[in-house]
Design a protein around this ligand. Structure first.
Ligand code: ADP
Ligand code: MG
Length: 781
């Protein structure tokens, strides 16, 4: 105990200088009490342990006081010891308690966040709250739920999970448990699907309550802007093969130009003239050909800005998006229709079905629905400002169980990509000879393949991870610490797999052997767009006090530098092998990364300004929909507004059938009207620069238009419903909506929109369009 106290004191002093670091002094007494209580808890039988948790549940309803926290931690620690054969470290308990205070906790890789999170989830559940533990993918959701199940069971807390394959029935059961694990996207898609239910019995979600988010920075910052979309099929609007063929012949510089960061492309006046001629001498910009103009823009985007194997891959005759921030694909993940169709045309693939957006919610909007949000990640400090700004969340830094002794070397900088890769391969060959495991982190799939090829040529066998299958990848990552393993992977952030020295199935001996070689050596082929992502990669090495090393090979030719610090090469004076040792190059790299971080933050902030209002309106519509679905409101309203018709029908149509007909009619119009509203908003958004008056900012103009359009929406829905109710055939069998020409979507599907170029950067893109229009006009003038 004395040693423990000294350690806590030491840590406390050391961490005092860091902001947001958890106040360990506050916890010394609590941790002591937990240890005291632990002794008696250890004597309980399993049944008695569960019973004690049940008693806590009765007392904790509505909140855990200091005593309750101690009891929870003592019981939870014992449950983990019995269920997993792991006694939670003090720092895991501190993490769990901070989660119970609604914080985002920063705990390094391998510190055991899964267990800390489960103890917190159980703590919330014992307070009578419903918890969603959100993971970054299906595989992790299921893995963690099953892994932690014995702990929950001993605490008398029920647990379930959902994945893409779950049936509606299974989902309802899982969400009915005290704690439900699921990928953020899956939980969000269920929210959207529930939005279309016309019968209360079909809903799968309960009221959102507590969200406990794993890899919280990935979800809350990197993925926050990502819209989750539900679409339904209508008549198909396909890519324009004629436009695709024309755009394919365009040359950069002559026919079109790109901006430096490769986010936008636009036709030069020469290119525009050429396209107009090829399409039969039309005037693209006259307004009569807006469909064609949209198709040309999409095709140009696909042609000029999207690279196969970097932005997407083609497999089984289909285009699969790569999420560039995580280097992996998700099922049913597509761009918006126009772009998807254009890429399909570019790759000469059969077009897939397109449809109408029925509803959409951003990850940030999804998280905003919960009463309580908390989360955990290895890298939270770097985004603490954003977490505060966008979610009003505070970060707590939890010190590691054992101090980290990994050595992070200074960057090795080269003037060109070639020189960098030559040096990198040479370093790997040399290190590999010792048998030390090496993890190479690359920036995209194409680079992984290239590096792996070069290594193979140099006689080093590699395992490459490239966005295929989460479960398979997890197994590969887990073995990256084995003797002589060389693993090449894109983005390691959010992979959630622990890398043990000596391999996943290695014993103490294997561990020590690799530790003696210096542990895992992490080599990055360049800096990511944020230092946080760099740290995620580094953090794979040096877990739980293991030795380890990390280094970044950076090049002045790296995209990050050419995009954000294009002047870096001026005055660089490389050695013969291309190496740069001067401080200026180093500064340029740091500068480029900060600029990139700033750009991303601006985009996030900007998108949020647009979506916040939409989420708000969505909330209002949903609240109304909920009433329509669950209460007598539809019957009351239609009875009130169509009293005569109601009376006439009520002779031979039973009251409950009539009430349900009223409900179905209202729901139909509500859903359709909302979908139309979303389409309206996205139109406004895309043309906002053209509409905005000189004295107003685009966002103000957007707000004005959105609020104006929304104002009469509920009244309009009611009027449409009244009209249908007056005219539709309603019998004892209910209302036949289809006969009345009111067709609900026959099929629906969901997808994520990553890096939607027409949305997140709409403003910038539109400036380009305007510039292009000006160019064309000037050219024609
Ligand atoms: P993180 O998510 O923080 O990176 P994990 O939850 O994946 O870490 O856990 C990393 C490894 O540490 C796992 O193999 C887990 O079994 C192990 N572990 C977690 N807590 C303990 C503990 N208290 N004692 C021993 N091993 C633990
Ligand atoms: Mg984890």
């Amino acid at each position: 105990m004395a040693a423990f106290l000294t350690r806590v004191k030491g840590l406390f002093q050391h961490l005092m200088e860091r902001p947001s670091t958890v106040d360990l002094k506050k916890y010394t007494e609590v941790l002591t009490s937990i240890e005291w209580r632990e002794e008696s808890v250890a004597k309980l039988t399993d049944a008695e342990l569960t019973e004690a948790a049940g008693e806590l549940r009765e007392k904790a309803l509505g909140g855990l006081d200091a005593h309750g926290m101690v009891e929870l931690c003592a019981l939870g620690r014992e449950a983990a010891r019995r269920g997993l054969d792991q006694r939670p470290y003090d720092m895991q308990l501190v993490g769990a308690m901070e989660l119970l205070h609604g914080r985002v906790v920063e705990m390094g890789t391998g510190e055991g966040k899964t267990l800390a999170g489960a103890l917190a989830a159980a703590g919330y559940a014992l307070q009578g709250r419903a918890v969603h533990v959100m993971s970054v993918n299906d595989y992790l959701a299921r893995r963690d739920a099953e892994w932690m199940a014995p702990v929950y069971e001993l605490l008398g807390v029920s647990v379930g999970w959902v994945d893409q394959e779950s049936t509606p029935g299974e989902r309802r059961i899982a969400y009915g448990k005290d704690v439900a694990y699921g990928a953020v996207s899956e939980i969000g898609f269920d929210v959207l699907r529930d939005r279309l239910c016309t019968d209360v019995e079909d809903l799968v979600h309960r009221e959102p309550d507590v969200a406990l988010i794993d890899e919280a920075d990935s979800v809350l910052v990197d993925e926050a802007r990502v819209p989750l979309v539900m679409a339904g099929s209508t008549e198909d609007s396909q890519g324009d093969p004629e436009v695709g063929a024309i755009v394919r012949t365009l040359r950069p510089g002559r026919d079109y130009e790109r901006d430096e960061d490769n986010r936008n492309a636009w036709l030069t006046s020469r290119g525009a003239k050429y396209v107009e001629k090829a399409l039969g001498d039309i005037d693209l910009y006259s307004g009569d050909h807006s469909d064609r103009l949209a198709a040309v823009n999409a095709a140009l985007h696909a042609h000029a800005l999207l690279q196969r194997d970097v932005d997407y891959i083609v497999r089984d005759g289909k285009v699969h998006l790569i999420n560039t921030s995580r280097g992996r694909i998700a099922l049913l993940q597509r761009w918006p229709d126009g772009l998807q169709a254009a890429v399909e045309a570019k790759e000469r693939l059969d077009p897939t079905e397109s449809g109408e957006v029925l509803d959409s919610i951003s990850v940030q909007g999804l998280v905003g629905r919960y009463q309580r949000v908390c989360g955990m990640t290895g890298t939270a400090t770097a985004v603490s400002e954003q977490l505060r700004e966008f979610y009003e969340l505070k970060v707590s830094v939890i010190p590691p169980n054992k101090p980290c002794v990994r050595v992070d070397e200074p960057d090795r900088i080269y003037d060109t990509v070639e020189a960098k890769e030559t040096a990198l391969v040479a370093e790997i060959v040399e290190q590999h000879e010792t048998g030390r495991p090496i993890l190479v982190g690359t920036l995209d799939v194409a680079e992984s393949e290239r590096i792996s090829e070069k290594l193979t040529e140099a006689g080093v066998a590699t395992v490459v991870l490239n966005a295929k299958n989460d479960a398979e990848e997890a197994a590969i990552v887990a073995d990256a610490g084995a003797h002589a393993a060389v693993t090449v992977s894109t983005q390691m952030a959010g992979r959630g797999t622990d890398i043990k020295l000596g391999g996943a199935d290695g014993d103490e001996n294997d561990h020590d052997k690799v530790a003696d070689l210096g542990g895992l050596f992490v080599i990055a082929t360049g800096h990511y767009s944020s230092s946080r992502l760099d740290n995620q990669l580094r953090g794979r090495s040096g877990r739980q006090g293991d030795p380890g090393r990390s280094v970044v090979f950076a090049g002045l030719g790296d995209d990050l530098i050419t995009q954000y610090a294009p002047d870096a090469t001026a005055g660089a004076d490389p050695a013969e092998d291309g190496r740069l040792e001067d401080q200026t190059s180093k500064r340029f790299i740091g500068h480029a990364q900060r600029v990139a971080e700033g750009v991303h933050l601006d985009i996030h902030r900007n998108t949020w300004r647009y979506t916040r209002l939409i989420e708000h309106q969505r909330g209002l519509v949903l609240a109304y929909r909920d009433d329509v679905l669950r209460t007598d409101l539809p019957a009351e309203q239609l009875n009130e507004h169509c009293a005569d018709r109601w009376e006439t029908l009520a002779e031979d149509v039973p009251e409950d059938v009539l009430a349900n007909a009223a409900r179905q009619i209202l729901l139909f119009h509500l859903d359709q009207r909302w979908s139309r509203h979303l389409a309206f908003l996205s139109d406004v958004r895309e043309t906002i620069h053209l509409r905005a008056l000189a004295r107003e900012t685009p966002i103000d103009e957007f707000h004005r238009a959105a609020i104006g359009e929304f104002k009469g929406i509920l009244k309009e829905i009611r009027e449409l419903a009244v009209e249908t109710f007056e005219e539709a055939e309603i019998t004892a069998d209910g209302v036949d909506l289809t006969a009345a020409g009111l067709r609900r979507p026959t099929s629906t599907w969901t997808y994520l929109v990553h890096d939607n170029p027409f949305d997140s950067d709409a403003e910038q893109a539109l400036q380009r369009v305007r510039a292009a229009i000006r160019n064309v006009k000037a050219g024609k003038g």
